[in-house]
Write a protein that binds this ligand. Structure first.
Ligand code: CU
Length: 355
């Protein structure tokens, strides 16, 4: 074997190793008997804790691996018509590491001037923020993961809704309608303080702002025990003045609509489709060293569709920084363990480009 073929073999071997690490699906398409959860084989009606009127649990002897057969698979998409997701829930933190958060701005009952930019600020505990996968292509597509410190890897979102004529509506608000929404994809100040800038503010009115704390793939965080404090917070506040301008990141704002269109386009393209829009990562797909393409990306005036998921990236942070108009939910920014440099660049960029 000459040097050339030796090198080729070695790189193939390395590739296989990297793929094995990334895929994390030992056992291929077969359920390993070692992971069968016998607890799913009982419906609970004869078990400790049974109560009158309880619902029988669905049961399975194979972890429901074929549960979604014949149904529309979620497949990483935000399917507006509903779907069935066959991905396991994943790692669940210890009781001592349960996620908790509080909104520190605006304060409950606060008054904010209409049309004025303000921050929504959240203090989180026991979440390792800054982990945010491509939400157009990998929504609910991978399990929740807990980091070496025992905290869920993920991010949060903030969503603002109009409560109507006062702060205490008696009918639930329409979840498809929001005055502002944003996925917060950065690490914040490194001490649990996360912020979203409401650029241009909100129209005058009464509002509720809530967090939606999530694992990396946007699924609500899953906690180890039922009896606990909530992992999310909401406060209600008033926006005063005469401002009537709808925020860009509202469900009927420009970014809100663009994001919904992108989500639909991703479904049309199908699972595993590369980004058709072209982006900073497209020409550097085989990112071998984990150094993000942030520098190139920072100059990319992407029109809003690029999500830069480079193929062949080694899972160490093919940083996706297309400076696009997608900050409304931040979908598709910074996946995996981006390099420190990439994070700094991203932070710097966001300081300038936040809306
Ligand atoms: Cu998310």
């Amino acid at each position: 074997m000459n040097i050339k073929s030796l090198l080729a073999t070695a790189s193939l071997f390395t590739l296989a190793l990297v793929q094995a690490q990334n895929n994390n699906d030992a056992g291929g398409t077969t359920l390993d008997p070692a992971v069968v959860q016998a607890g799913s084989g009982v419906d609970g009606l004869n078990s400790l804790g049974v109560d009158a009127g309880q619902t029988a649990s669905l049961t399975s002897n194979n972890n429901f691996i074929n549960f979604c057969k014949g149904k529309t698979l979620t497949n990483g998409f935000q399917n507006t018509a509903g779907s069935c997701n066959g991905i396991v829930m994943g790692q669940i933190p210890a009781k001592s590491n349960m996620v908790t958060c509080v909104i520190t701005n605006p304060q409950n009952g606060a008054s904010v001037e209409s049309g004025q930019t303000f921050n929504i600020t959240v203090q989180v505990l026991n979440l390792n923020p800054g982990s945010f996968t491509n939400a157009a292509a990998t929504y609910y597509a991978a399990p929740q993961v807990v980091n070496p410190n025992g905290n869920v890897e993920g991010h949060t979102h903030v969503t603002v809704q109009d409560t109507g004529s006062n702060l205490n509506p008696t009918q639930p608000m329409d979840p498809t309608v929001f005055a502002f929404f944003k996925g917060i994809n950065d690490k914040g100040n490194g001490a649990g303080t996360l912020s979203a800038v409401v650029t241009g503010g909100l129209p005058a009115g009464n509002y509720r702002v809530c967090t939606l704390t999530s694992a990396s793939n946007h699924q609500p965080v899953v906690m180890p025990v039922a009896q606990r404090g909530a992992q999310d917070d909401c406060v209600r506040f008033t926006v005063t003045g005469n401002g009537k301008t709808v925020n860009d990141a509202a469900s009927d704002g420009a970014k809100g609509k663009a994001t919904a269109a992108q989500i639909a386009q991703a479904i049309t393209l199908g699972p595993g489709a590369p980004n058709p829009g072209g982006n900073a990562n497209a020409g550097q797909a085989a990112n071998a060293n984990g150094n993000a393409n942030s520098t190139a990306a920072a100059t990319n005036g992407n029109a809003g569709n690029g999500n830069g998921k480079g193929k062949g990236n080694n899972g160490k942070g093919n940083e996706n920084n297309n400076g696009n108009g997608n900050d409304q939910n931040g979908e598709g920014k910074g996946q995996g363990k981006a390099s420190r440099l990439a994070r700094l660049v991203r932070l710097a960029r966001r300081r300038q480009l936040v809306f």
